[in-house]
Design a protein around this ligand. Structure first.
Ligand SMILES: Nc1ncnc2c1ncn2[C@@H]1O[C@H](COP(=O)(O)OP(=O)(O)OP(=O)(O)O)[C@@H](O)[C@H]1O
Ligand SMILES: O=P(O)(O)OC[C@H]1O[C@](O)(CO)[C@@H](O)[C@@H]1O
Ligand SMILES: [Mg+2]
Length: 486
């Protein structure tokens, strides 16, 4: 089903734009409102200004010049004075879809706890096994007690799946069960699914809030600063890189190759490399490379081995797929149940190419160890900082749904929690911009070639990408989201 998501945009002076999120009262008139029960919650009532001002918004771009227009803003997340659901009336559900990511259980736990402890909501259903669970499986009652310890475990207690999105059946199930708050945790595909669920709910005139919590280990969701679980994944990747380094260092002409996740976006590989400092070469999908000849990878490997006697290569799973395709003379057209292209194993392929090259040339004997920790970095529980992040994302989603917002995802923008309309997070993909300052930092830390000709550099500068860090000098140094902070 195609999305027809209509944007709710308003404008103000000096180029101010609010990309607002829908509200149930947009299509159901005269809904009653209730005072927020948090008024009498001792934890909150001591906090000065614990209600978010209705006019609070967060700018998408925070580095500005004297005369730049104020630009796009998102509604600030948080507790509202009025809520549109009475506590007894709420019948919520939670579903997790797509690939695993550290922190899924923390988000589930926190939605259940926030609904119960903050808003007195006790009816929360868990949907089993992703979208198809709405119509093909039984549900489970989620209580604070049941979910109390789950944040210490990896995975999702609800199970997840790919494929199986049937909008009509899902909304029928929502309607039949009397569900009026739907919390959907997932990546770009999941949020596309959530957008069409919201549209169908609205078409039927149902008082149902549809709230998303963006999840992606690859950090490829646009607009938001970073996705939950990313920090944990980068930290876990260090263990594999350390092992590769120890192996490489201990052998004559030792090479350690580590493959990390990242289908189209090389953020995990880039940040794991920058964090480790043991990596000699990082290869990501956004930065094409070649093997043979002057300036190629094999030449660089030989040089680095001569200099250092060992080296570590980190490769994102989506890197070099064009080379593999050429080599095998076939495109891998296989797709998963959600329609995502299945990739060939670039780690195995590149390891073999390196071994073959040096054996054939008889140049040097090398010892190569290939480490593939891809699923290990996403199947673990979230670390402390991701746990806090997940908690805040979940609480924001609950406050938003209780306040009657719908068709939105909670998300961190420039360090502030916001409500973002679905279509803004599904319209594109966050990727490493290789003409940006962060990639330049990586190149200078590994001292690897850029594998780009001057012609390619000129072309990429001319592309219609957002202005780059190298060009306009307006990068927020602490932010991960390359595209949006440049
Ligand atoms: N365009 C779409 N419209 C409706 N549903 C979709 C769409 N794309 C994907 N989905 C559904 O969303 C769910 C998850 O999609 P997908 O497997 O692509 O994972 P994801 O959410 O992108 O997460 P990740 O990329 O992290 O694995 C699946 O059930 C799939 O059927
Ligand atoms: O869970 P699956 O189907 O093996 O998919 C793995 C893919 O999911 C992700 O973890 C998230 O999109 C990718 O990095 C990876 O390519
Ligand atoms: Mg996806």
């Amino acid at each position: 089903m195609e999305s027809n998501y209509e944007m709710k945009v308003s404008e103000g002076p000096f180029g101010y734009i609010l990309e607002d999120v829908p509200h149930v009262s947009d299509y159901i008139p005269d809904l009653p409102t209730y005072p927020n029960p948090l008024r009498s919650n001792p934890a909150y009532s001591v906090v000065k200004q614990y209600f978010v001002d209705m006019d609070d918004t967060v700018p998408q771009k925070i580095v500005v010049h004297k005369d730049t227009p104020r630009g796009v803003h998102f509604r600030r997340a948080g507790i509202r004075q009025k809520v549109y659901f009475n506590s007894d009336e709420v019948n919520a559900c939670i579903v997790t879809c797509g690939g695993l990511c550290p922190g899924l259980n923390t988000v589930i736990r926190e939605i259940v706890h926030s609904l119960d402890y903050m808003y007195g909501v006790s009816k929360v259903l868990g949907i089993d096994g992703g979208y198809r669970g709405f119509y093909a499986k039984n549900t489970v009652n989620l209580t604070p007690k049941l979910v109390n310890d789950i944040h210490k475990r990896g995975g999702t207690i609800l199970g997840t799946s790919r494929g199986g999105h049937d909008t009509m059946k899902i909304v029928d199930s929502i309607q039949d069960r009397g569900i009026n708050q739907v919390y959907i945790i997932g990546g770009d595909g999941t949020l596309r699914g959530a957008a069409v669920i919201y549209e169908e709910v609205r078409r039927r005139g149902l008082k149902v809030s549809v709230a998303g919590i963006p999840k992606t280990i690859d950090n490829d969701i646009p607009v938001i600063d970073r996705s939950f679980g990313f920090d944990t994944a980068v930290e876990e990747a260090q263990r594999a890189i350390n092992a590769a380094h120890v192996e490489a260092e201990s052998a004559e002409n030792g090479i350690g190759v580590v493959k990390l996740m990242g289908r189209y976006s090389g953020f995990i590989a880039m940040y794991a490399t920058l964090a480790s400092r043991d990596v000699d070469c990082c290869l990501i999908p956004e930065s094409p490379f070649y093997l043979q000849g002057k300036g190629g990878l094999l030449e660089f490997i030989e040089k680095r081995l001569k200099e250092n006697g060992h080296m570590v290569i980190v490769i994102a799973e989506g890197a070099g797929q064009d080379l593999l395709k050429e080599e095998t003379e076939r495109a891998n057209e296989e797709k998963d149940a959600s329609g995502n292209k299945l990739l060939q194993d670039v780690g195995l392929w590149i390891s073999q190419k390196i071994k073959d090259h040096f054996a054939r040339e008889g140049k040097m004997t090398l010892t190569l160890k290939y480490i593939d920790p891809t699923y290990m970095i996403r199947a673990i529980p979230s670390n402390a900082s991701d746990n806090v992040y997940c908690t805040l994302l979940a609480q924001s989603a609950v406050h938003g749904a209780m306040a009657g917002y719908t068709g939105f995802t909670s998300g961190l923008v420039n360090g502030r929690h916001t409500y973002i309309p679905f279509n803004r997070v599904t319209e594109g993909q966050n990727q490493v911009v290789i003409t940006d300052r962060m990639w330049a930092r990586l190149l200078s830390s590994t001292n690897q070639p850029s594998f780009m000709s001057q012609k390619q550099i000129d072309e990429s500068m001319e592309e219609d990408d957002p202005p780059t860090q190298l060009l306009d000098d307006c990068q927020d140094e602490t932010s991960i989201n390359e595209n949006e902070t440049t």
